[in-house]
Each structure stands twice: as C-alpha cells, then as structure tokens.
Ligand binder design. Structure first.
Ligand code: EPU
Length: 340
C-alpha cells in the first residue's frame, strides 16, 4: 500500500494530538516502494524531510513545509533461533507495545520492561527507547532501512548504532538520511529479569514473582499510575532528557538540596531527574488554557485538548528557564520540535 497526499493533516500522527499539516506526505508498507516514489518525485531533494514513526516524540510548533516519509511496514517474523536466543524481524510500522505483548506471550525475554511505551518499532532504535533499567539498544541485532544519500537499502549492526541514553547514530550522522524499514531483535529464551528500578520488584512480587507477564503487568500498572494515556490526553512522554552534569556541580547541588535524586552516569558525571527539578520549581499540575504539566509526573507536558504547538513550546521554554534560574542546570528537550 502507498499513499501520497498534499496538505495532509498530521493530527492523528502525533501523540500530542496537535493539528499540523504536511505539505507532502508519503506512506508506504513495502520497503521497495520508497525508491520508486522518490525517483518519480524529484522535487524531494529540495524539500525539508521528516521521517515520521509513531509521532510519539514530536512537537509540531507549526505546519511542516516539506515531505513527510512514513514507513508503515508491517510484520513480525522469526529469522533465526539457537539454544539461548530467538531473532525476530519486525516491520517499522508495527506498534511498539503490541510487539512487546507478542514477546511476552511467547516468553521471549528482554524488552518486557519497555511495555506501554507509545510509538512504532521503527522509532525504537532512533531514540534508543528506555525505561525501568532497560534500553532497547541492548536487544537490537540489526537495523534495516533505506539510505537516502546512497539510494540503497542498507543494514546496520546494533553494535554500530552508537546507542547511548536516548541517542543513536540515527539522530546524528544518519539524521534525515536513513529511513528505518525493519528492526531485527535478539531476545532471550532464558530470561534475566531486571527489577531494580524504583518499586518494580515490589510490584512484580505482589503479582506472584519473577515471570515475564507479571513484569509486563507491573510495568503497565506503574506507567498507568504516573503517565497519561496519549489516547486520552495528548503528550509525548518525557518532554526533557534527564540532564547529565559534572560531578562537582552535582555535589554542590546535593549539599544544598539533600533530597535531590542523583544517579551515577560514568566517570565524573551525574545524572539528575529532570522531573524532580521541574517539580521543585512548582510546575506539577500547572495548566494554562489547554497546555499543562501532568499532575503525577512533572516531566510530562500535556495537551488537554485544543492547545497549539506554540503554547506547549512556550510553556516548555518557561519551564526550562525556571530550572536554569533555580538550579543552574540546562534542560535539553527529548522531543523534537518541528515547524519552527
Ligand atoms: N520525580 C519527582 N517529581 C516528578 C517526577 C519525578 O520528584 O514530578 C522524581 C521521582 O520521585 C524519582 C525521580 O524523579 O525520584 C525519577 O522519576 P521517575 O522514576 O518517574 O523517572 P524519570 O527519570 O522521570 C525516566 C524516563 C522515562 C521512563 C522512567 C522509568 C527519561 C527522560 N525519562 O523518567 O521515560 O519511563 O525513567 O524508567 O529518561 C520517556 O522517555 O518518554 C519516558 C517516559
């Protein structure tokens, strides 16, 4: 299936639920359709490009005056198996949480802590999605896609993807150049549970102990208690990254604010909880018109209905400034701003 439209509404393609139009929009379900389309639409090289997955990490501040490419490739298929692992190739257009559910149902371990993260499979490696002590990069064998520069299909080994905290080669050297069409995951048959984050272990024990579906149920319950469902209230998960700062500054802040959560982030570096910093500045539950800050998690900005991208953006800038003024820490957005 292919779809090509002009002045296409992206409202149902971004989890903030913002009204924004794409000048051109191309959606495809077969990887082979992309080069044929581009060859027949030579103007694409002059236009700004947006590679759109599930739209769970975007803020449309205005319309997008360029070409949106949406790889909606379906399918989950087993491509290899050995004593310890199973390899699954999954189309970029598959819903992320549906795929996690499939793995849990089949007892394929590794990504159960990543339950209920919004978005599609194709975006998972780009953002290196993570939650509750697990990052998806650790379970990615290969990323397959199309390189718009060389005009060829291309495969990148997980070990070459430069996975780091909410970061990968696809956000850097290969930005706006590599269209992910499928991802091969290597999952564990002998599951090593990772339950040390927050109250996850207690929630799993409550349900009956270390079993893959109890882990999924616990993660879902924790997320549902803290994070708004984008189907009901527009949002893009954490709006900012947790800032990684120099140890010296962290020590100074910790002596001033002993309750501040700190996490070790390698040699001489400390990671802070952006949600805590924002919360301390009094933003939790704030609302101005339909733009607001979630009442259970200050790191999540929400659209209560009719907020514009501009309004969410303005609110985000005010939050960033107040954290800078109070703590001297710069917050970096996790969401991408489009159309500004
Ligand atoms: N906190 C507050 N007030 C708040 C929010 C948080 O005091 O309003 C404190 C919490 O009490 C806790 C600390 O800040 O001590 C961290 O909070 P939490 O465990 O909720 O996690 P987070 O650091 O805010 C990160 C990810 C989430 C992921 C959770 C669980 C980032 C930017 N966010 O949030 O990912 O689900 O950990 O692993 O790394 C996402 O990326 O969209 C996302 C939701």
């Amino acid at each position: 299936m292919i779809r090509f439209s002009e002045n296409f509404s992206l409202k149902s393609y971004n989890t903030f639920g913002l009204e924004a139009k794409a000048r051109f929009f191309f959606e495809f379900t077969e990887p082979e359709d992309l080069p044929y389309f581009l060859a027949n639409f030579p103007d694409w090289e002059k236009l700004p490009l947006l590679l759109l997955g599930g739209g769970s990490n975007l803020l449309f501040v205005g319309d997008f005056e360029g070409l949106v490419l949406h790889a909606n490739v379906p399918g989950i298929k087993q491509v290899r198996e050995d004593r310890n692992h199973v390899w699954l190739e999954v189309g970029a257009g598959e819903n992320w949480d549906r795929f996690v559910g499939y793995c849990v149902h089949n007892w394929y371990g590794g990504i159960e802590n990543l339950s209920l993260i919004p978005g599609n499979v194709g975006s998972a490696p780009v953002q290196n999605i993570g939650a509750y002590g697990v990052e998806v990069g650790d379970y990615i064998d290969t990323v397959k896609g199309f390189d718009l520069k060389t005009f060829e299909g291309y495969e990148i080994a997980g070990s070459e993807c430069q996975f780091a905290y909410r970061d990968s080669i696809f956000k850097n050297q290969l930005k706006d150049r590599f269209v992910v069409t499928s991802v091969v995951f290597r999952l564990d048959k002998f599951i090593e549970y990772k339950l040390d984050y927050g109250d996850l272990r207690a929630e799993v024990e409550k349900r009956g102990g270390e079993k893959i579906h109890y882990v999924r149920d616990a993660v879902v319950a924790i997320r549902e208690s803290k994070l708004p469902d984008p189907e009901k209230v527009g949002n893009a998960g954490s709006f900012f990254k947790n800032p990684v700062i120099e140890q010296d500054l962290a020590d100074k802040l910790k002596s001033e604010f002993p309750a501040m959560p700190v996490y070790s982030a390698g040699e001489g570096k400390t990671k802070l909880a952006a949600g805590w910093l924002i919360d301390q500045c009094g933003w939790k539950g704030y609302r101005d018109g339909d733009a607001g800050v979630h009442s259970q998690q200050a790191l999540v900005l929400v659209n209560y209905g009719l907020a514009t991208g501009q309004e969410i953006y303005q609110l985000a800038m005010k939050i960033k400034d107040s954290v800078q003024d109070r703590f001297g820490v710069e917050l970096e957005p996790e969401v991408n701003f489009i159309g500004c």
